[in-house]
Design a protein around this ligand. Structure first.
Ligand SMILES: [Cu+2]
Length: 315
C-alpha cells in the first residue's frame, strides 16, 4: 500500500509538468531582476528522471531558487544525495527520507555553464553527474562599471591572512554571484592564492596561510563578468614575523593599528638599562672631549705666557 502511494507520487513528480517554473519580477534600482524558481526531483535515475544532460537556463542577474526533492521513495532503503553546483558555491542539504526537500537561493551573477551534480556516493550517482546551470549573458546594453573595495584585512597569529572584499556596481548596488580573485604580492610578483564568489551583498572573503613573511601586499581582483566591467583594489599589510615567539601577538587589523607595532615588524623592544648606558656613554664622551680641549687651551696659554715672560727677561 505504502509503496504504491509513493510510486504514484514519484511518477507525478517525474512527469515533465512537475518542473515548475515561476517567474516573478521585482524592481531593483535601474535594472529589472527576475526570480526563477525550479523544482528538481533527485533520484537514482537522474535529475527529473533523466540520466542524460539536464539543463536549467537563467539570465545573468536573475535570482534563482532551486528546490531539490528526494525521489527514491520506491527503494526499500534510504539513498541520500547532496547536489552541488560547481563555480557557484551552491550546495544542497542532504536529501533523504527524513529531510526530502532542500531549497537554495542565489543570484546568477556569473555567465556561463556550471556543472550540477550529486557529490555524495549513492545508488545511481552516475546518473546525477550531467546537470547544468546555464546563465545567459545579461541582455542589458553596454557595460556596467564596478568598484571593488577591500573592507577588512587581518593577519591572525601565526600568519593567516583574512581578506574581505566588496564588489558594487556604478549605482552602489552589490554585484552578487561573481568570482573574485585574491592575489598576494610576493617578491616574484602577484600570485593568485584563491578565489571566492560574492554573496547577495556583493561580499567575498578569503583566508590564506602566508607561507613566508615576504608578502607585503594584496590585490583583490574582479575580472568582470557578462555586462560587468572589471575592477580591483589593493592594500598593504604587515605579516607577523615571529610565529614561534611565545609572546601573544595582537592581530594586524587594517585601519585599527595607527602606530606600527614594533612586535609586528620583528624589532625587539630595547631594555631601559641599555638606553641609560648609551646616554651615559655619549654624554660622557662629549664632556671628555670638552675637558681635553679646555686643558689644551689652558696649557697653550700658559706656555705662551711663559714664553712671553722669558722673552721680556732676554730684552
Ligand atoms: Cu546522489
Amino acid at each position: 500500500m505504502n509503496v504504491r502511494i509513493w510510486t504514484i507520487i514519484a511518477l507525478l513528480l517525474l512527469h515533465p509538468a512537475a518542473i515548475i517554473m515561476a517567474d516573478s519580477s521585482s524592481s531593483n534600482g535601474a535594472s529589472q531582476t527576475q526570480t526563477k524558481a525550479f523544482v528538481i526531483v533527485v533520484s537514482r535515475s537522474g535529475f527529473n528522471g533523466t540520466a542524460s544532460r539536464f539543463v536549467i537556463e537563467v539570465n545573468q542577474g536573475d535570482k534563482v531558487r532551486l528546490t531539490f526533492v528526494y525521489g527514491d521513495w520506491d527503494l526499500s532503503q534510504d539513498n541520500p544525495h547532496v547536489i552541488t553546483i560547481d563555480g557557484y558555491n551552491v550546495v544542497s542539504s542532504k536529501l533523504r527520507r527524513t529531510t526530502p526537500n532542500s531549497t537554495v537561493e542565489f543570484v546568477a551573477g556569473q555567465s556561463g555553464d556550471f556543472r550540477m551534480h550529486c557529490s555524495l556516493p549513492c545508488l545511481g550517482m552516475e546518473n546525477l553527474q550531467e546537470g547544468l546551470l546555464r546563465v545567459n549573458v545579461g541582455s542589458g546594453a553596454g557595460l556596467t562599471k564596478t568598484s571593488t573595495f577591500i573592507t577588512h584585512v587581518e593577519v591572525h597569529p601565526p600568519n593567516v591572512l583574512h581578506i574581505v572584499a566588496n564588489v558594487v556596481d556604478e549605482n552602489g548596488l552589490p554585484v552578487a554571484g561573481v568570482t573574485v580573485g585574491f592575489d598576494v604580492n610576493t617578491t616574484l610578483g602577484l600570485m593568485e592564492v584563491g578565489t571566492n564568489i560574492t554573496s547577495a551583498d556583493g561580499v567575498a572573503d578569503y583566508q590564506y596561510a602566508l607561507p613566508s613573511t615576504l608578502e607585503r601586499g594584496i590585490e583583490v581582483l574582479f575580472r568582470g563578468s557578462g555586462h560587468y566591467e572589471p575592477s580591483n583594489a589593493t592594500e598593504a599589510f604587515l605579516p607577523i614575523v615571529s610565529p614561534s615567539s611565545s609572546a601573544i601577538v595582537p592581530p594586524y587589523v587594517s585601519g585599527q593599528n595607527p602606530m606600527i607595532d614594533l612586535r609586528l615588524v620583528g624589532v625587539e623592544p630595547i631594555p631601559a638599562a641599555v638606553i641609560v648606558s648609551l646616554v651615559i656613554l655619549v654624554v660622557g664622551s662629549v664632556w671628555m672631549v670638552y675637558i681635553y680641549a679646555i686643558k689644551q687651551i689652558v696649557g697653550i696659554r700658559a706656555d705662551s705666557k711663559r714664553r712671553a715672560e722669558g722673552g721680556q727677561e732676554m730684552h
